[in-house]
Design a protein around this ligand. Sequence first.
Ligand SMILES: Nc1ncnc2c1ncn2[C@@H]1O[C@H](COP(=O)(O)OP(=O)(O)O)[C@@H](O)[C@H]1O
Ligand SMILES: *[C@@H]1O[C@H](CO)[C@@H](O)[C@H](O)[C@H]1NC(C)=O
Ligand SMILES: [Mg+2]
Length: 634
Amino acid sequence: MKTPDKEPALQAPILPCTLVVETLNAGGTVKKSTTYKQIKLILGRNEFRDLILRLDSPKHSLKFPLRDFVLHKRFLKEGKATISLKDVNLNLMIANAPPNQLLVFMKTLAGKHAVTGVNGGVINARKRLLSTVPKSFEEISPLTFNEYETVRKNGGKMPLKERAANVPDASPVSSKRKRDSKDASGSSTPKVPRFLNPLVLTSEQKRVLQVVQSGLNVFFTGSAGTGKSFLLKRIVGALPPDVTFVTASTGVAACQIGGTTLHAFAGIGSGKASIDQCIQLASRRVIAQQWKKCKHLIVDEVSMVDGDFFTKLEAVGRAVRGNDKPFGGIQLILCGDFLQLPPVTRPGEKRVFCFQTNAWDRCINLSMELTDVRRQDDQEFIDILQSIRLGRCKEEMVERLKQTEKNTVERDGIKATRLCTHREDVNHINQEHLKKLAGDNQVFQAVDSDPGLSSLLDSQTPVVAKLTLKVGAQVMLMKNLDVGQGLVNGARGVVTGFKMGKEGNPIVRFLCGVTTEIKHEKWTVKGSGGIYLHRRQLPLKLAWAFSIHKSQGMTLDCAEMSLSRVFEAGQAYVALSRARNLKSIRVLDFGPECVRAHPDVLKFYQGLRRARYEEQQTHDIEISTERKATTLVY
Ligand SMILES: Nc1ncnc2c1ncn2[C@@H]1O[C@H](COP(=O)(O)OP(=O)(O)O)[C@@H](O)[C@H]1O
Ligand SMILES: *[C@@H]1O[C@H](CO)[C@@H](O)[C@H](O)[C@H]1NC(C)=O
Ligand SMILES: [Mg+2]
């Protein structure tokens, strides 16, 4: 059996944060406000089993009894929440808390309160006065499933939407998730209380998280679908939001982890200017503020970041922050797979990967590799993909892929998405198919918070400013709407009609079996200087065709591809690895010549493997064996 992915359940109810305590007068206006920075909040009980919130810091220790209170939790994802203590007229305002920890903390608080009941339940005032029990404070145990259920029944539940948003990318493979959670809880009739834990990391993912929390500059890699982005979201949740900047090399990839592009963060334009000019650009007030504030910089899909750009960023970091350490002392958390797509270069330009720069060598303390493939569940397919990733394709593998040409991946009028090697084909194919459909165009215009910045929103959100649909249009969902039902990023469907009325929202039938009205959703991106920009649009994109470049990082329901015009190392691998199994793809023309891995990258990975091998000789590292990618010898 798989080594159980045991998390410290809902971790100990201790929360690092800033706390503002507001004292209110009877009318509800603020009389006094005190700020406590860099403190810990601990949830516990006193000798009467009353719920107590304790503030701990080297200088202070305060206790707040939680009897009659209201929780305000609209901004959990930004690390903020407020607890209003009605009986003592206090507002406790929490800020700068790691969002995941805050979520768990608030759930625990609500849960424990619900099961205790108001007024601590049992012990009356007289008994309290006469009590001889010594004063005590005991940390509270994590929330159990039963307690969690009680909270839900009492109406003290977390909105479902919030939960979904906080379950990183919660796997579209819902059956897999179910299996995992059963694994974690052991048998089906648990004797010990089951702890609520929506986020289960594999042991190798956990190790990366620990290393990140130790403050090292980390690069972690692994083949497609090993949960790199999934883990990144967990990492984001474990870091204080105000000093953590979440980025990716492309807009689509950034959206998957709720961040912006690395370019938008850097503020040095395309980065083609000289280092001095770049430093000047980044010294503009709002941009420099951002650079100075940043303590942790996260970059997903780092393989597509140009090496020269990386070198410039590192120099800019030092200059703008006035700190000689690499990157000006910012902790780097980089992730990606260099055997997927390389940086985009113009014809004639020399390609430099990030890992080939001096900056990289100076910054990165530790490189780690995830090996447990999570996207695919079909071992034959995993083996083929692993081989193709390394630029090899045996004859029988070519044959197996060619067989998929006969697959029928269409179902219920939902056609396979054609993955294109060339971007310009995508728009063309989509428009041609749309034109051929009978019926009227329905146009959905995005509403942007700042129409002057629409082109920025075009590049930073996965949805277009103007979406044209018709009945019969093939569409792809661009947001996780309901993970449990399979309405996730990349889910495929077809428009079956439009609602009557002013908005005329489309009705979409999805491959997962759900037919539903699709409503506007909101995307928020952090513009330069920390201002927030919004776009409201339907979370849909035309899906007869999609570019391989843009698909990197996604999981796709059904796809077909013609790989004869592959022009990049890693391109065929990226296209194929979007699918979950061999049944959901159709490979139209394929030969061993489509498969290419960049020799420099292979050498880099050999080095990583060697380093890991040597490490294994000294430490005895446990490796999980189930569903593990075949380890290939280079
Ligand atoms: N520990 C995990 N438990 C359950 N599902 C996971 C886990 N890690 C990853 N996944 C799922 O595997 C799929 C691939 O993960 P993703 O982060 O997109 O991989 P990568 O970024 O490495 O290509 C996603 O659907 C994700 O939800
Ligand atoms: C990690 O790298 C940074 C940047 O080069 C360096 O300052 C730091 O000392 C390194 N830490 C360790 C533990 O090696
Ligand atoms: Mg990813």
